[in-house]
Design a protein around this ligand. Structure first.
Ligand code: TEU
Length: 543
């Protein structure tokens, strides 16, 4: 495997709207990120990924872009962004932008032109279809309802796989591709160091036909997607020192290897979400369900070994702005000792896998789901639609709120908890979304002062990845796959072997005799007593 430096890096994801507000308008901003660069440098991460900061009506918090060349004034100005990049670089931190190329906002000038006339050169930038009998296909939008919306002005339907204000772009049109490549080149020139490409495996649409399901098979890893990504690579970032990651909804292992094998010149790494569907009931997200540990291990290990053998590269993560908080999900959040221990154990299990690890703001201090108790506290378009749908299906308000409390994307979008002041120090005004009530004891300031905090486990894991080649390049060997409580794997590199043993349950677990755990401890969470691992404890040893 080629040994390149970017493979040793750790990415920290910032959701600017909820990170740090310097103006008192309750909305985070770019200057707020500048203010926290010292903290991020102290943590030791390499890249900062900012979710979209471009001009947008914000129906989907910036994933609905109106102008790819303009900074959303709610986040600051272009000169704030320049200053952020310069100051980050001075501290050895790199900046990754989030690019949304599957769709634009319907307020984008291309869409505005396109809807006005069938003769407009922009008409073919999107998928406009006329149809006598309702929507052209039965495909469903990921945010609920049919994926086609009728536009009165165009007198035609247009495709939107997400919200109806997010119209899908037609990548088969060469003019669209060139316009998009220009955008990437503009931001490279501007000085950014990487890109996260939103739902980029959905860009090549196949046939527009009736689906026996919800339509996914027609556009997931579609017919020309590899060709398009290779072309984008060659015309944009492929000739620069830029790191890329593609967000790949429902992709397969085989495709993932193709997307990321260096010689194919597509992308550097890929996010997939299969391991985060282990608490869906019968594949349905909007359900209350405890997670299936066996399935979690099976999926993660199949992808780890598959990508390693195939020569591809994973992005590895528990959290992002679309997922609930991991400590609430796979750990414990209602008992302080267990919250700390399970959060550290989850960090250890993830960060010693192969791939590029991502830390989502607040994960490093064990932030939890906020458990909102009224629907008015929610902001996310997907969650609000889901609530309506659940109520229509006959769920009570309480049941619907319970499900949102477990699954809503807003669980991760509450303000970053900096200190014990009002609103966790996020804003002096009224935050756009409520802060989680536990900010008084779960906050960055408290974590920095406590040498035993979750924060220092993250810091150490980042340092281990930088210092120890085994973490980046080592082979991965799954162990004890049938054990009902332990998550165990080995890393092997040259003559060195590390054994990672984690108890993922609230029970004390006897360490199987077949496991040759040593006294040479690399990192641990909780403790081992007489061959027993405490609840939610983990230990990594050199063997
Ligand atoms: O998400 C794409 C995606 O498929 C999800 O993770 C999605 O939020 C989830 O399936 C809903 O259940 C990306 C962005 O990360 C997300 O914030 C955007 O809303 C979406 O694309 C549309 O741009």
């Amino acid at each position: 495997m080629a040994q390149q430096d970017w493979r040793k890096s750790v990415v920290y994801q910032i959701y600017p709207k909820s990170f740090n507000d310097t103006t008192g308008d309750g909305h985070g901003d770019l200057r707020g990120i500048i203010e926290k660069l010292d903290y991020l440098q102290f943590l030791g991460v390499d890249y900062l990924w900012l979710t979209p900061i471009y001009d947008s009506p914000m129906n989907d918090n910036g994933y609905d872009i109106r102008d790819y060349y303009k900074v959303n004034p709610a986040f600051g100005s272009e000169s704030d962004l320049r200053e952020l990049i310069t100051k980050a670089h001075d501290k050895g931190l790199k900046i990754m932008l989030d690019i949304v190329f599957n769709h634009t906002s319907t307020e984008h000038k291309w869409f505005q032109e396109a809807r006005q006339s069938a003769e407009s050169p922009y008409r073919d930038y999107y998928f406009f279809k006329t149809s006598e009998n309702g929507p052209p296909t039965n495909w469903l939008s990921k945010f609920g309802g049919n994926a086609w919306a009728f536009d009165d002005e165009a007198n035609a339907y247009y495709l939107h796989l997400f919200d109806k204000t997010q119209a899908d772009l037609n990548w088969d049109n060469e003019a669209v591709r060139h316009a998009l490549y220009d955008i990437v080149n503009y931001w490279i020139e501007f000085g950014v160091d990487g890109f996260r490409f939103d739902v980029i495996n959905l860009i090549s649409k196949g046939k527009f036909e009736h689906s026996p399901a919800i339509g996914k098979e027609y556009y997931t890893d579609g017919p020309r997607v590899h060709e398009f990504l290779h072309e984008m690579n060659q015309r944009t970032f492929g000739h620069h020192d830029i790191m890329t990651v593609g967000e790949m909804s429902s992709t397969t292992l085989e495709h993932c290897i193709r997307y990321t094998k260096p010689e194919r010149q597509e992308l550097h790494s890929v996010f997939n979400f299969h391991h985060l569907k282990v608490d869906y009931r019968d594949g349905e997200k909007w359900t209350n369900q405890t997670f299936d540990l066996h399935q979690l291990k099976e999926i993660l290990m199949r992808w780890q070994t598959g990508i390693y053998e195939g020569g591809g590269w994973n992005a590895i993560f528990w959290c992002n702005h679309d997922q609930p908080r991991v400590v609430s999900r796979f750990g414990v959040d209602d008992n302080e000792v267990m919250r700390k221990r399970s959060a550290k154990t989850l960090a250890i299990v993830l960060h010693l896998l192969q791939g590029t690890p991502y830390i989502y703001q607040g994960e490093e201090i064990g932030m939890t789901n906020p458990y909102f108790n009224t629907i008015d506290q929610y902001r996310d378009v997907e969650s609000l639609n889901a609530y309506e749908a659940l109520r229509t299906q006959g769920e009570t308000k309480e049941e619907a709120l319970n499900i949102l409390g477990q699954k809503s994307r807003d669980n991760s979008r509450t303000p970053m908890q900096w200190n014990q002041e009002q609103h966790g120090g996020f804003t002096t005004g009224t935050p756009w979304i409520d802060v989680a009530p536990n900010y008084k004891h779960i906050n960055v300031e408290a974590a920095i002062q406590d040498p035993d905090s979750i924060l220092y486990t993250y810091k150490k894991l980042i340092q281990l990845r930088h210092d120890e080649d085994i973490v980046t390049y080592g082979a991965i060997v799954p162990r004890c796959m049938d054990h009902p409580q332990l998550f165990v794997y080995e890393r092997q590199y040259k003559e060195v072997r590390w054994l990672i043993v984690a108890n993922m349950t609230h029970e004390t677990v006897k360490i199987p005799e077949t496991l040759e755990m040593s006294d040479d401890v690399v990192i641990q969470s909780g403790d081992v007593h007489d061959g027993y691992l405490e609840p939610y404890a983990a230990r990594v040893t050199v063997i």
